[in-house]
Design a protein around this ligand. Structure first.
Ligand code: NDP
Ligand code: OXD
Length: 310
């Protein structure tokens, strides 16, 4: 029987995904058609992104799983109409992109590149940066992306510490959990990278109290979600120099409004939610393999926990 896959991630995404999906579904031995419209009761799987049109999952009575093209699922996970299993995106291309973004921005601050890029002509100021092994980089979130980035920086020689919900043992990385663990990471990190999902527990995690626990002059890099940060508290910490610089990729409102103070703050770098995008070629493989698993009675991979919200 031909499977019906409803592509509910927007027309722009369809242009990028159609061919890779057809190729990978075939390779996985699946007979499937990709549609953007179909009677809901005929749909077997939904490919979802928040940019797509779908908000009511109730009529999709035959649907065996909703597969998110995004890693972050905060805009769908608490949808009360969603009774079908939900898988988030874990894509090698996306992980690689995040590793490159985080490594690049960590190295910018570690090496003090700005001082040279913005130097006045004639200003010859040789400043010796510390070596990686003399620099502590902290991660809030040690999941698919946090772990990938932490391991890449550890391989470059950085002292890497991290914090997650559950205890972890990762070679060469000092792993913490719980409230005391969070405090330890905040107090130690010279460069802090936030790769947590947005959940009720992580909402405004970096508030006035926690920002004050960070090292004087620390750098914050946030490619996780804007809602992890209490914005007025961060602006205050930046104004005082408690936080030397914030590189922010994600925001409570996106696109970041033109009059938002982050745009003009001398200690803020704004990037427009480009830290890592799901790559159609590798993501199509992940989706096809996950559907093939369900079709052969195996468990859905990367299933989101409704209790945890990620
Ligand atoms: P994962 O689900 O793999 O990892 C999440 C990590 O956060 C885990 O280590 C988890 O702990 C930890 N965590 C969650 N809640 C808490 C909590 N309350 N306290 C402590 N630790 C917590 O997600 P990914 O690594 O794949 O992605 C992380 C986020 O990155 C996404 O949710 C999304 O918001 C963002 N993202 C941003 C992109 C961009 O372009 N800017 C692109 C893709 C994703 P544990 O391991 O113990 O469960
Ligand atoms: C994602 C993102 O969650 O792009 O995949 O932020």
């Amino acid at each position: 029987m031909t499977l019906t896959l409803l592509f509910a991630a927007g027309d722009e995404a369809l242009d990028a995904y159609q061919l890779p999906l057809i190729t990978e579904l075939r390779k996985a031995g699946l007979d499937a058609r990709i549609v953007t419209d179909a009677p809901p009761e005929t749909v077997d799987y939904i490919l979802y992104a928040p940019s797509g049109p779908l908000t009511d999952f109730t009529p999709f009575t035959r649907c065996k799983a909703v597969l998110s093209l995004w890693a972050g699922v905060e805009r769908i996970v608490s949808n009360p109409t969603l009774t079908q299993p939900l898988a988030r995106m874990v894509d090698p291309g996306l992980t690689q992109g995040m590793i490159e973004y985080v490594t690049g921005h960590v190295l910018r601050h570690h090496l003090g590149m700005d001082a040279h890029i913005h130097a006045r002509p004639g200003a010859w100021r040789p400043i010796e940066p510390p070596l990686a092994q003399e620099r502590i980089v902290g991660f809030l979130g040690l999941g698919q992306l946090g772990q990938g980035c932490a391991q890449a920086l550890q391989a470059l020689g950085f002292q890497v510490i991290g914090w997650s919900s559950t205890p972890k043992v990762l070679p060469g990385i000092a792993c913490h959990h719980g409230p005391e663990g969070l405090k330890s990471v905040l107090q130690a990190a010279e460069i802090l990278v936030t790769l947590l999902p947005h959940t009720p527990q992580t909402e405004s995690l970096l508030n006035e109290t926690r920002l004050a626990q960070m090292r004087e002059g620390a750098v914050l890099i946030n490619p996780g979600r804007g809602a992890l940060i209490d914005e007025p508290a961060l602006l205050d910490a930046l104004d005082r120099g408690q936080i030397a610089h914030a590189t922010l990729d994600v925001f409570r409102a996106e696109p970041l409004p033109a009059d938002h103070p982050f745009w003009h703050h001398p200690r803020v770098t704004v990037t427009p939610h480009i830290a890592a995008t799901t790559r159609a070629a590798s993501a199509a493989r992940v989706i096809a393999n996950n559907i093939a698993r369900v079709e052969t009675g195996e468990t859905l991979q990367h299933e989101v926990s409704r209790d945890h919200g990620y």
